[in-house]
Design a protein around this ligand. Structure first.
Ligand SMILES: Cc1cc2nc3c(=O)[nH]c(=O)nc-3n(C[C@H](O)[C@H](O)[C@H](O)COP(=O)(O)O)c2cc1C
Length: 220
């Protein structure tokens, strides 16, 4: 089975989201035999969608030229990586209340009409098979209900956009107040780490069910 591990923080070894994301991946690998595919969006940022990508993406498949296919190559390879994954771990910082630009660029390349979702009178319908996703998000300020907490547009946005392409099994881990001193960092990391065993159990149970379903459909 394959786990796609996506990271988006530009802070490498200083990154809290990367630290907890790696712990999550290690826990999952301890539960299940997994091949880990790495997608480091900060090290290798995906391109922003340009005019040629927009034209190729919106052109119906049967009218695509070689140029269109060329312009979709990076998108196709990121989608293929996503399709090949049985589960995902995404670790990301909050930048200005939402996802960092490199993560948004990845989203723009993988959320494509008539490829990973289609339109319907009832709204957009995801075309990817569902699989578990763990989202680990780190923010400098507090997140929550009470002022001076800020709005979190990242978590609901990622939940919505992944559901659009068919990925509805999302577990979120939020590390907040990370720029509020060492004690706040310790509190956030301890709370996040305490959840990893339960999340790993959920993901591995899902993976077992997916493996059983794949075996059953291969036999019919
Ligand atoms: C460009 C930029 C924008 C940021 N915007 C926010 C923000 O909107 N809210 C917040 O709480 N922290 C914000 N921060 C702080 C980061 O979320 C915080 O440092 C977090 O720990 C980064 O994640 P990392 O430790 O995984 O790199 C921002 C940091 C940068 C560099």
């Amino acid at each position: 089975m394959t786990l796609l591990h996506i990271s988006a923080s530009p802070r490498d070894a200083l990154s809290h989201s990367r630290k907890i994301g790696q712990l999550m991946v290690d826990r999952l690998c301890a539960e299940t035999a997994l091949v880990v595919t790495r997608q480091d969006l900060a090290q290798t940022p995906p391109p922003f969608p340009d005019g040629r990508f927009a034209e190729a993406s919106l052109c119906p498949e049967d009218r695509r030229t070689d140029q269109h296919r060329h312009d979709l190559e990076i998108s196709e390879s990121l989608i293929a990586e996503l399709e090949a994954a049985d589960a995902l771990v995404i670790d990301t910082p909050m930048h200005n209340f939402t996802v960092p630009a490199v993560f948004k660029a990845w989203i723009d390349l993988v959320v494509r009409p008539n490829r990973t979702f289609r339109g319907s009178p009832a709204g957009k319908v995801g075309l990817l098979k569902d699989r578990p996703v763990v989202l680990i998000m780190a923010s400098g300020g507090p997140i929550g209900e009470a002022p001076p907490a800020q709005s979190d547009f990242l978590t609901p946005y990622v939940r919505y956009v992944l559901a659009t392409i068919g990925l509805t099994d999302l577990t979120t881990v939020c590390l907040d107040s990370l720029l509020r001193g060492a004690e706040a960092v310790e509190r956030a990391e301890t709370a996040a780490t305490a959840r990893l065993d339960d999340i790993a159990a959920h993901v591995s149970e899902r993976l077992d069910r997916q493996a059983l379903a794949a075996r059953a459909s291969a036999e019919t």
